[in-house]
Design a protein around this ligand. Structure first.
Ligand SMILES: [Zn+2]
Length: 168
């Protein structure tokens, strides 16, 4: 197993505007530590007698199809962009799509957008933050620092130390 990041799993509170019929309502999603408590949802009644597993499977199918559509659209778009290679408009389209995807990945992982950007830059791929380095030998390589099953401690395979990274 490889650590992909040891960065803070903390997201800022976000405010959304939601359309409720004729008026707009502001909804603020509180600060989260990235660990969603699902115990309340476990007992919630199922919609139309649908089980949680069925609902999950249905949404998962939709997501797979959406990802498929996205792939198709990207291939079409790439062909158009190549045919009009000096037009920056196509790169502009990708900027918007990229922003949406970064936000989606950050939201689903429960991390900040900046963390996702760091991964895209490759800066977070190999080394953990200095603060998260092994306290005994200073190891920072993600290949040598392995999360333990409970996700609370990291095992440094370089020197054998187990520790809790401060940004956890
Ligand atoms: Zn170590």
């Amino acid at each position: 197993m490889k650590i992909t990041h040891l960065t803070k799993k903390r997201t800022k509170p976000k405010t959304y505007e939601v359309d409720v019929g004729s008026k707009k309502v502001r909804v603020t999603v509180p600060e989260s530590d990235g660990h969603i408590d699902r115990s309340a949802a476990r007992a919630a009644p199922a919609k139309d007698g649908q089980t949680a597993a069925e609902m999950y499977a249905e949404r998962r199918r939709d997501i797979d199809r959406l990802l498929g559509f996205l792939g198709q659209e990207l291939r079409k778009h790439e062909t158009q962009a190549k045919a009009d290679a000096r037009n920056f408009g196509y790169a502009g389209d990708l900027y918007r799509l990229r922003s949406c995807l970064v936000e989606a990945v950050a939201g689903f992982r429960g991390v900040d957008i900046e963390d996702v950007e760091l991964h895209l830059d490759g800066q977070a791929d190999d080394l953990v933050l200095e603060a998260d380095a092994c306290p005994k030998c200073g190891e920072r390589s993600t290949d040598s620092l392995v999360w333990q099953e409970e996700g609370e401690t990291v095992h440094c395979t370089n020197c054998g130390t187990r520790y809790t990274p401060p940004s956890k």
